[in-house]
Design a protein around this ligand. Structure first.
Ligand code: ADP
Length: 461
């Protein structure tokens, strides 16, 4: 009985140990499951967090997109406003505006251009500018240009970025569709596509103006000048003549003080006579009354002769002039010596006057075989011409502020005459200048030279 009991206990204990083992295993499994559950939970939490972040990102992106759309709309509005303003400016401009593409076809025309040329945009857009904008130099079309495009520098500004001003004194005229001729001033500029990386010329812009009023004022000015100068010359010559006699003692001895005063009278009369002569010359050239007698001429030799007459002025300022001819032996061209003399003398006198002491003036005469012309230039390192005043330098009586300060006396007439004379032989004249650095004036002489003219007076040197 005792053995039976102990077997039972042993059996129970074994069962108990088994159960305990199973329990322990179950507990371990449970623990493992719990662990896995915890990990999944963490992962879930993580994913939820990521999801939340994504949602936040999305909402942020949405806001940014909406902002961009707003900006684009704003920009669109601004662009429209600017385009409308530009349209309003173009159509209300007091000047005619024509825009052409690289093939000279008109792509835009404003209202004023339409009024001035008496033509509708419908008839114009897509047309060659040469058929629409009939421009020529000289009222009766006296220039050698055969077509309007020979006169208009459109091709030039399409080839190379440039802005060309044609002023009242350039004497350009335009004929409208019904045949009426009116004087014009204009600006011809390259049309640039600045959006491209490199500046691209896509055509040309022409802004032109009917200058009939300004022209008649200019003509009235010329008429007045002509009358006034004729009337002034006789009494002035008498003043100079009689004051010279007084200085020479022809009317008896005069005191030193009296002599000093009379000398001032003589100088003043001399200056006035020079001015009147210049005015008369301009009036004669304008009226085409100057006689032209061309004869073969070596420009370098003539320049040397002019320089000899300027020695006193050069010595006074200790300045030097160098003359370079390329090639050394220039072709001889039929020119009127008096006319060329006048031009060279004016340009050199200016170069001397508007330079500091000890300056060097360089004259270059270069034969351009391709263009069949001589290019004459006078370079100084003087006071220069301020940018803002460069457009008016060839106007009658115009003097730049710095020049007035540097040399108070001066008429502002010399360059006006020079330009008229150069353009009379169909040469070109222009300058390059920088204030305080210097100025270079250029003019051209075509190989065929000047044409003879039977005017009633010679140009006086
Ligand atoms: P003037 O010399 O009598 O004033 P011009 O007609 O010869 O008249 O010249 C007009 C103006 O052009 C001058 O007053 C001056 O402002 C400017 N100018 C001409 N030549 C030069 C030069 N070489 N350097 C600087 N300015 C010049």
């Amino acid at each position: 009985m005792g053995k039976l009991f102990s077997d039972e206990i042993q059996h129970l204990m074994a069962e108990f140990a088994e159960t305990k083992e199973a329990l322990h295993k179950a507990q371990l499994e449970l623990q493992q499951k719990m662990e896995e559950l915890k990990i999944s939970n963490e992962r879930l939490e993580n994913s939820e967090h990521q999801l939340q972040q994504k949602v936040e990102d999305l909402s942020r992106n949405e806001k940014a997109m909406l902002n961009i759309i707003d900006d684009v709309r704003e920009l669109e509005k601004k662009l429209k406003k600017e385009r409308d303003m530009l349209k309003a400016i173009v159509s209300s401009m007091g000047e005619g505006l024509l825009v052409v593409d690289r093939n000279h076809r008109i792509i835009l025309m404003n209202q004023m251009a339409s009024v001035l040329l008496r033509i509708t945009p419908k008839e114009t857009i897509g047309e060659d500018i040469g058929n629409i904008f009939n421009v020529f130099k000289g009222k009766d079309g006296t220039s050698s240009a055969k077509t309007c495009l020979d006169c208009l520098p459109v091709q030039q500004v399409i080839k190379e970025a440039d802005i060309i001003n044609i002023h009242l004194e350039d004497d350009f005229y335009c004929q409208d569709k019904l045949g009426k001729v009116f004087p014009v001033s204009m600006i011809v500029a390259s049309l640039l596509d600045v959006s491209a990386l490199k500046e691209n010329i896509t055509g040309a812009v022409i802004i032109f103006k009917n200058v009939t009023k300004e022209k008649s004022l200019d003509e009235a000015k010329s008429g007045f000048i002509s009358i006034a100068s004729h009337q002034l010359r006789t009494p002035l010559t008498s003043i100079r003549w009689f004051s010279e006699m007084l200085i020479n003692g022809d009317a008896g001895d005069i005191s030193d003080e009296q002599k000093h005063f009379v000398e001032r009278i003589y100088e003043g009369a001399e200056r006035m006579i020079n001015l009147v002569n210049l005015l008369l010359q301009i009036a004669r050239v304008e009226a085409g009354r100057v006689r032209i007698e061309p004869a073969p001429m070596d420009l370098k030799r003539l320049t040397e002769s002019v320089v000899t007459t300027l020695q006193t002025q050069l010595k006074e300022k200790d300045e030097k002039i160098e003359i370079i001819a390329l090639p050394e032996k220039l072709p001889e061209i039929p020119m009127d010596e008096d006319v060329v003399w006048q031009i060279i003398q004016n340009l050199l006198t200016n170069a001397i006057r508007y330079s500091q002491v000890k300056g060097i003036i360089t004259i270059k005469i270069v034969f351009d075989e391709k263009r069949k012309e001589l290019l004459y230039s006078v370079q100084d390192k003087g006071i220069g011409i301020p940018k803002a005043e460069q457009g008016r330098i060839f106007e009658k009586f115009y003097r730049a502020d710095n020049a007035v300060q540097y040399v108070p006396e001066g008429s502002g007439l010399g360059l006006n005459l020079v330009k008229k004379l150069v353009e009379d032989w169909e040469g070109r004249i222009w300058f390059e200048s920088e204030e305080s650095k210097g100025t270079t004036f250029f003019f051209t002489v075509p190989l065929e030279g000047m044409k003879a003219r039977k005017g009633e007076v010679k140009l006086k040197v």
